[in-house]
Design a protein around this ligand. Structure first.
Ligand SMILES: NC(=O)c1ccc[n+]([C@@H]2O[C@H](COP(=O)([O-])OP(=O)(O)OC[C@H]3O[C@@H](n4cnc5c(N)ncnc54)[C@H](O)[C@@H]3O)[C@@H](O)[C@H]2O)c1
Ligand SMILES: O=P(O)(O)OC[C@H]1O[C@H](O[C@H]2[C@H](O)[C@@H](O)[C@@H](O)O[C@@H]2CO)[C@H](O)[C@@H](O)[C@@H]1O
Ligand SMILES: [Mn+2]
Length: 444
């Protein structure tokens, strides 16, 4: 494997997260010596905006002569010669995210980007787009590592496992690291000392312990106690974002009612759909907030660069998101065996769960990829029951994708853990078929 002069491709180059990833690449350059960066996107305008912003960042860091920046909408120009590909596409963009969120709400169900039926709608679009990216990697750069952030992670990773079982790919989510960072900054810990044990499906899991090396013991009980006593405030990287404050308040409610474990905040959509519906405005959902915020902000940065405005142009802060994926790349490159939460085939990692479930567990990462840990205990019936039902729903949805099966899609929608009846499941499925059009596979 090449260890310097690395060629990096960002698939979904126009993503609002690209500046954060590039910032992490720049600050990790000694450990991750890259000499070219290619932005690949199907949307030329978004890609060009990002080309301007990233060009400005490289210039500012005096790297413009050391790093060649490319942009392209052609896969045959993007992928050949790549060593690392970071994937963060959003098939259908924010406009379709808005549809995913609003249709279920019309029928009184949770409308969310990755959870519930909105997540299933996004899943059927995203599988198609991500399999395309993996096929380009397979065709043009079979030795490259593909590090994937594209959502919904459990669904896309299940589909890739079936279609490309041998691709060199890691599937990651930044949520656990953001939960840890938020807790650490609120309560005065240094999470660099932590060895967390966590298990679940993506956006559907629990911490069972957090071993702190500085005190040589499990500090999860005291964190749970702190959560019981004190409000958890948004950390600076989500500052001013009311949606995240609501998420942390729901996290506290879950730890109060189901003590002993720290849940992923996304479980609120499955355990308390009534409450999450109550605090969501059905005519102005998260997609609208992001379009009016992060998306406009990115456009504005590109405009300022083009018009050579003076003063502070760069304005973004995604916390550990970029650094987390960069640290994985470094761990592969240097065979570090650092520990990350990854979405991997179970194969005994959770001993009392089916082997072929895609689960999220701590994994050590080195030159040969991910080595997941195996839990030293069987998970409890509450978590197991929730996961088994949700996992079966996800499996059925991926079956529906590959088999073009309406029946399997309806079963998946009905079994989704946010759904109380097959009636709304069918109505929502039919609405989604119409709204997604050619983004979805044909279902017969
Ligand atoms: N795994 C995680 O924890 C995590 C965290 C944050 C974001 N994400 C995911 O990252 C992705 C990007 O999020 P965003 O908010 O920046 O979205 P965005 O819409 O701003 O950016 C996505 C980009 O992908 C491009 N795109 C869409 N389909 C494509 C295709 N088939 N091929 C190439 N490019 C394509 C779009 O044109 C767009 O520029 C989403 O999937 C989001 O859910 C995941
Ligand atoms: O609603 P969005 O698009 O702002 O965020 C949805 C994503 O949320 C999680 O990632 C967060 C992260 O947890 C947060 O702390 C900060 O770093 O921003 C990230 C993106 O907003 C989640 O893990 C992703 O899967 C979601 O796509
Ligand atoms: Mn995530």
């Amino acid at each position: 494997m090449k260890t310097n002069d690395l060629n990096v491709v960002i698939a979904g180059g126009g993503s609002t997260y690209t500046p954060g990833i590039v910032q992490a690449m720049i600050s990790s350059r000694e450990r991750f010596p890259f000499s070219s960066l290619t932005l690949y996107d199907i949307d030329e305008e978004r890609n060009d905006d990002m080309f301007e912003i990233i060009g400005y960042m490289l210039e500012k860091e005096k790297l413009a002569s050391e790093v060649t920046l490319f942009q392209t909408t052609e896969p045959q120009n993007a992928f050949p010669g790549a060593d690392f590909i970071f994937s963060q596409i959003r098939v259908g963009g924010m406009k379709m995210r808005e549809v995913d969120e609003k249709i279920p709400m019309k029928y009184g169900l949770v409308g969310q980007e990755t959870c519930g039926l909105g997540g299933f709608s996004y899943g059927l679009r995203s599988i198609k787009g991500l399999l395309e990216i993996v096929s380009y990697v397979d065709q043009y750069a079979p030795n490259a590592w593909l590090l994937n952030y594209t959502n919904p992670e459990t669904l896309v990773s299940e589909a890739v496992r079936r279609a490309f079982p041998d691709v060199k790919m890691l599937n990651a989510c930044d949520m656990t690291i953001s939960i840890e960072e938020t807790i650490a900054t609120n309560y005065g810990y240094d999470r660099k000392n932590w060895i967390p044990t966590y298990y679940g499906l993506n956006h559907f899991g629990w911490y069972s312990s957090i071993y702190d090396k500085s005190v040589d013991r499990d500090i999860l009980p005291e964190i749970l106690e702190r959560l019981n006593q004190e409000r958890l405030h948004v950390a600076d990287f989500n500052a001013g974002d009311q949606t995240w404050q609501e998420a942390w308040d729901m996290l506290r409610l879950m730890t109060k009612n189901f003590p002993g474990y720290l849940p992923n905040n996304y479980l609120e959509y499955y355990l308390y759909p009534n409450r999450t519906i109550e605090h969501t405005d059905p005519s102005y959902t998260r997609a609208n907030i992001v379009m009016d915020g992060r998306e406009k902000n990115t456009k504005e940065m590109a405009r300022k660069v083009r018009e050579q405005e003076k003063g502070e142009i760069l304005d973004f802060n995604f916390g550990e998101h970029g650094q987390y994926i960069m640290d994985m790349a470094v761990s592969i490159l240097n065979d570090n065996h650092d520990r990350f939460m990854l979405i991997v085939p179970n194969k005994g990692a959770i001993p009392n769960l089916r082997d072929d479930a895609m689960v999220e567990v701590p994994s050590y990462v080195g030159r040969t990829g991910a080595e997941p840990i195996s839990l030293r205990f069987a998970i409890n019936d509450f978590h197991k029951g929730l996961m088994e039902a949700q996992n079966a729903a996800e499996k059925l949805l991926v079956d529906a994708y590959f088999e073009h099966s309406y029946q399997k899609a309806l079963q998946a929608f009905t079994l989704n853990q946010t759904v109380y009846s097959a009636d709304p499941a069918k109505q929502i499925l039919d609405d989604f078929i119409e709204a997604n059009g050619a983004y979805w596979p044909e279902l017969n």
